[in-house]
Design a protein around this ligand. Structure first.
Ligand SMILES: *Cc1c(COP(=O)(O)O)cnc(C)c1O
Length: 396
């Protein structure tokens, strides 16, 4: 008889992953997240980080983090509602609100925490949450924590959203439409002006998770709402401080009423310790950098365009991205895994994205170009993509 502590059922699940060709070990990064890195002991061009602006190891960011440590120590010591709300955290919320051109911001420990905390706090039994079918996992999890009913519309399909509104809106009190601002797997932008128009016609609130739009879209990275000029018409905007901003954390931007309510009912804020001072110090510096210059976002977009041009010229299917996220479509799961491995052996790291993260048969490697890549590195990456594509008969 097997011992219960052997976790036999999990071992069997792992065997299934191996049989499906999707089993993997966690890659190990030696040193900072930069344009070229040592990964699993090999020097490779890094095309897989969310460090869009190259801030994660920026000298100004590091200096600001160290300065914050000297003044405030390494930990905040409590949740924000007890004694972990330093003047530093208040300064962060104020500065973020200014950057986002919104009335108020409440920051959390991560973007994931925002969705886990905010959705359940602002909806209740008798309400309806309407969600794009490709919304991020943290939105799905966050919605499950709410007592509201849930409905899903086809990806960015406004006819389908209106169908859901017609069929279901009338039976509920409040209604919240949730969408990613930028969809992380394909790099497409949500049709936000249309969503907001529909929402207003059907008296719904809107909630945009702008994790991949923050620091990328809009003036100097102010996000998708800024990109479309929709300030004041989106009720809740989630941003992350862990991607383009290069540190860790997340925030909800919107009204003073939102902030006041989340300070009472945003559970990750009440039951989990606030951001460490080093993180907040560095984030404040990042916001200064973005608010005084567009050079970082300009370079990000120029690099992305340059890389996409090279890949299209080779004949790769790079999907319909409207942002620096560049999916290279492969299809079959095992082939996608093999393509990623071949690229790695040749000197480029791009992570494979397969089912269940994306639908079966739509495996891809997802390229994330950053502002920190040099033209030489991008040229070298395209050459390696050509070699790998020919080796695996993806390119002719
Ligand atoms: C990455 C991501 C998150 C999580 O943000 P973290 O700050 O890394 O926790 C939430 N939503 C979306 C759409 C994301 O892409």
């Amino acid at each position: 008889m097997s011992n219960i502590h052997e976790l036999q059922y999990l071992k069997e699940n792992l065997e299934t992953l191996k049989a499906d060709g999707v089993y993997r070990k966690l890659p190990v990064l030696e040193g900072p997240n930069e344009a070229e890195v040592i990964l699993n002991g090999k020097k490779v061009i890094n095309l897989s980080s969310n460090n869009y602006l190259g801030f994660a190891n920026h000298p100004r960011m590091k200096a600001a983090a160290i300065q914050a440590i000297e003044k405030y120590g390494v930990g905040s010591g409590a949740v924000r509602t007890i004694i972990g709300n330093m003047d530093l955290h208040e300064a962060l919320d104020k500065k973020l609100a200014e950057f986002k051109r919104e009335e108020a911001v409440m920051s959390f420990q991560s973007g994931f925490n925002c969705n886990a905390g905010a959705i359940q706090a602002i909806t209740a039994d008798g309400d309806l949450i309407i969600s794009d079918e490709l919304n991020h996992a943290s939105i799905i999890d966050g919605s499950r924590l709410s007592k509201a009913a849930r409905a899903v519309y086809k990806h960015s399909d406004m006819n389908d959203l209106e169908r859901v509104l017609k069929e279901r809106r009338g039976a509920y009190k409040n209604c919240l439409i949730i969408t990613d601002g930028v969809f992380s797997m394909d790099g497409d932008i949500a049709p936000l002006p249309d969503i907001v128009n529909l929402a207003e016609r059907y008296e719904c609130m809107t909630y945009v998770d702008d994790a991949h739009g923050s620091g990328v879209l809009g003036e100097s990275g102010r996000g998708t709402v800024d990109h479309f000029g929709l300030h004041g018409r989106v009720d809740f905007t989630i941003g992350t401080l862990s991607k383009a901003i290069g540190v860790i954390g997340g925030y909800v931007a919107g009204s003073e009423t939102m902030r006041d309510w989340l300070s009472h009912r945003g559970r990750p804020l009440l039951f989990s310790t606030s951001l460490p001072p080093a993180a907040v110090g560095a984030i404040l510096e990042a916001l200064d950098m973005l608010m005084t210059s567009t050079e970082y976002t300009d370079r990000l977009w120029a690099n992305a365009q340059y890389f996409k041009k090279g890949m299209s010229a080779l004949g790769y299917d790079i999907g319909h991205s409207q942002t620096p996220i560049t999916p290279v479509m492969i299809g079959e799961e095992a082939k996608t895994m093999q393509f990623s491995k071949t690229l790695f052996d040749l000197g480029v790291y791009v992570s494979p994205i397969v089912f269940p993260t994306v639908p079966k048969g739509t495996g891809r490697v997802r390229v994330m170009v950053t502002a920190a890549h040099t033209t030489e590195q991008l040229d070298r990456a395209v050459e390696i993509f050509e070699k790998a594509g020919k080796q695996l008969n993806i390119l002719k």
